[in-house]
Write a protein that binds this ligand. Sequence first.
Ligand code: BES
Ligand code: ZN
Length: 611
Amino acid sequence: MPGDPNSFAQPKVYLCTHIHLDLEANFGTKTLDGHVELIVVNKEAGNHTLVLDTNKLDIRSVIDCKNDKNLEYVLDEPVGTYGRALKITLLKHSSQEGAETKIRINYATTPASLAVQWLTPEQTAGKRYPYLFTQCQSIMARSMFPCQDTPSVKITYTATITVPEELTALMSAVAQEKQKHSSCQGKNVCSFEQKVPIPSYLIALAVGDVESRDIGPRTRVWSEKEVVDQAAYEFADTEKMLVAAEEMLGPYVWGRYDLLVLPPSFPFGGMENPCLTFVTPTLLAGDRSLANVVAHEAAHSWTGNLVTNYNWEHFWMNEGFTVYFERRILGALYDEETRQFAFVGGWNTLQSEVNRLGSTNPFTCLVTELEGEDPDETFSSIPYEKGSAFLYYLETLVGGRDKFQSFLYAYIQKFEYGTVTTHQWRDFLFEYYKDDLSIFDPVDWNAWLHKPGMPVVHPKYDTTLSDACTALRKRWVAAQESDYPNFSMDDIKDFSAGQTIEFLSQLLLEDPFPLGKVQAMQTAYNFNATKNSEIRFQWLRMCTRSEWEESFPLTVTFITSQGRGKFVNPLYRDLYACPKSSLLAVDTFLANEDFYHSSVARKVRKDLGLA
Ligand code: BES
Ligand code: ZN
């Protein structure tokens, strides 16, 4: 097996099996202070050197716990966004094959630690208390604690987190009963345990003035109190989703499935932190129309968290499979047409992403080569949409959804609690269908897995729900000025939010409209007033591409009131590309840079030529 090109760790020498975090959240200094204990097992007799990943950490001392002895260590020079290798010389007894060693590293994060975003009270809904949250995927766990920061290593963890007494700490684990520490005046001490082995990128922490509402037998939503009722309404179908997923994928092994709605700067739609999915408040549309993100994060409980991509070159094994199951869940909750409709939209997303990146761009391949790359820099919708389209294509070849289902169930059973590469998955597929292998004769494996650009096959999807969107798109594309008055709210009064999104995303694949046409669309549909973040996003892209100056303030408000990369990055790019607003893009970013998560800000910088 090859290693992980994005990590310094050497799990073939020492393998970490468990960690314990003991940290205090210090809002004054914007640091997490304390220690981490790691249990490592020797895999290569005679080798004394334990190599860990770190990035922007303040390492204070390393101790062998058994002997309470200080250990020698060196920190290598930083290498790009990979950070610095921490090389620890373990004691003699550690280097026997199979020997288990516990070490403690006293350290603190620094304000530059990329995984941690510290929010001022003004950046929260309540405006009274500060907030912090972490985001470790893909290679930022190493800026929260020294570790083997590669998804090929799975560990269990426990944690003790000390926070100011007004605040609550939450983690990607099961919370333990609160103990009152008389010695911790003015402090709140929260403990956690994750018994299922997970990769480092799934360790997550949030600290804030949060409340919760139970919405199911194993689910509560957490958020600042200002939005907790809205969140409870929005995500009311979560238990149904879990039940549907369990039917397809096997038992849910994580105990709790809670949801945390973060402050607006959270950089993703959702993040599948085990036991506690993190979501953006931009999902709170008021009509449950964006809850597919919860279906997606819930599906990761199996594809991603239970069966994990071996390294980031096989990221599609996480995301392509999860999009496939997200849509299976929607199919189970609604109907097959809804699932097919989601695939139609996914194909548009794939097409626009290939257009943006270029059809010969190596990062449009399903399996990527990430030597020397930062996986977050090469992030795109390709693994999501090419990956799920590929699985759908295989589904059609093996005789349909229900036939494919039995393979997928077996796949989870085969790889659960472990990791997987594309090639291991394909070997298992061939083994599973060994008596029937000719069904795969039509598949051009090399093209699907290793060639850039659009897939070689465009699967047939049912268009019942997208036909009306396509028809309306065609009417608008063909329309002359004299036709504008014929458009009205009637055109979309029967559309679901998803259909409006599909209509707009089809239009975004067309050339920009002349200004008069987008203005006519505003007159007909009043999209300026929409509260749905996905509709707002696509609409503002249309307006900007048509250089409609009156829309600029709306765009600025949108990209400075939430920090979701999916919305913020393209809109900054659009504003910057339009000569009338390129200065506005730069000024807006510079005035709001601190609002964004580091991963989002870094991309904007690059796109605006500021990097
Ligand atoms: N795990 C991802 C988010 C992620 C990917 C974080 C790569 C860091 C690096 C999460 O499950 C995800 O895919 N979120 C999507 C949801 C959508 C596809 C339904 C998002 O945030 O938009
Ligand atoms: Zn995902």
